[in-house]
Design a protein around this ligand. Structure first.
Ligand SMILES: Nc1ncnc2c1ncn2[C@@H]1O[C@H](COP(=O)(O)OP(=O)(O)O)[C@@H](O)[C@H]1O
Ligand SMILES: NC(=O)OP(=O)(O)O
Length: 309
């Protein structure tokens, strides 16, 4: 039996609750198939688009006097609940359909970050929807947000993305896993918190869920980390006429491609770095990057980019 941490990309979860539920339902079938095949599965997910949408909606309501202001960490916690709810329900329905008994639970997860992390001075994490250059400039002026171009897909707001240091709820997550519960944890990379004198306080940022998923996978001593996103493979020269898919990527080649600037900071770079940090020094471990729809094929070794330990 392998222990597998599967991380679902926020951008791969669609643009609306309807789209997200449909995508999650399809992936739930593959995830339960993985469990039925005898594996222990732990799930994490991103929240970039969703936390940005929630934040913008709450900002709009607050500015129009309809609600109190909702700080960014609270929006992050809401995104964990929203996405976790869809995942829980889809997984429970799939279990029911297959006549399987298993508890499924989402743990609101806090992740400790360093208050001195230089990321707080340099926002890089894209959140929310995609805008044209003109729309982005207008929102920048109105709200003071920072926007950048995101992997050829349009302009997006960016927020600080500090490194994850410690998963606060780790003991409870491990206890749930040991008890056979299907756990959804570290959603959106975890709500970022700082720890001062033992007290935790939320901070406005979004931790990269690939990095938190790698930390979670390492902490629970998983055999595999599977990162599901919107593309079937990692590519060299992505989106260019000479793009080349990578079925296997050695650790040395991954580092060479990072150094050559092949992977953008807000999208593919953290996935590659997360995979490297998970497998490094662990020849028995394996990391896979593929699409949500491609999970079944990836499990059969027919799709996806594999990084071996
Ligand atoms: N070299 C590359 N190979 C594959 N995809 C890449 C590459 N460089 C950038 N990308 C983009 O990165 C995206 C994945 O990052 P992102 O959307 O941030 O992930 P997530 O699904 O976790 O939200 C892909 O869908 C693709 O558009
Ligand atoms: N938190 C996070 O990394 O989200 P995405 O997967 O949506 O980028």
């Amino acid at each position: 039996m392998a222990k597998v941490v599967v991380a679902l990309g926020g951008n791969a979860l669609g643009k609306s609750p309807e789209e997200q539920l449909k995508l999650v339902k399809n992936t739930a079938s593959s995830l339960i198939g993985l469990i039925q095949a005898g594996n222990q599965v732990v799930i994490s997910h991103g929240n970039g688009p969703q936390v940005g949408q929630i934040n913008l909606g709450m900002d709009f309501a607050a500015q129009n006097g309809k609600t109190a202001a909702f700080p960014f960490p609270e929006c992050g916690a809401m995104s964990q609940g929203y996405i976790g709810y869809h995942l829980q329900q889809s997984l429970q329905n799939e279990l029911h359909q297959r006549g399987m008994e298993k508890d499924v639970v989402t743990t609101v997860t806090q992740v400790v970050v360093d208050p001195g992390d230089p990321a707080f001075e340099n926002p890089t994490k894209p959140v929310g929807d995609f805008y044209t250059k003109e729309q982005a400039a207008q929102i920048e002026q109105e709200k003071g947000y920072t926007f950048v171009e995101d992997a050829g897909r349009g302009y997006r707001q960016v927020v600080p993305s500090p490194l994850p240091k410690r998963i606060v709820e780790l003991n409870s997550i491990e206890t749930l896993i040991e008890n056979g519960t299907l756990v959804i944890a570290a959603g959106g990379g975890g709500v970022p918190v700082v720890e001062e004198g033992g007290a935790l306080t939320g901070v406005p940022a979004v931790i990269d869920k690939d990095r938190s998923s790698a930390l979670l996978a390492d902490n629970v001593d998983a055999d595999q980390l599977i990162i599901l996103t919107a593309v079937d493979y990692v590519y060299i020269n992505y989106n260019q006429p000479d793009e080349q898919k990578l079925t296997e990527l050695s650790q040395a080649q991954a580092q060479e491609l990072i150094d050559a600037g092949q992977f953008p900071a807000g999208s593919m770079l953290p996935k590659i770095q997360a995979c490297l940090s998970f497998v490094k020094g662990h020849p028995e471990r394996k990391a896979i990057i593929t699409s949500l729809a491609g999970l079944d094929q990836a499990l059969e070794g027919k799709l996806g980019t594999v990084i071996h330990g």
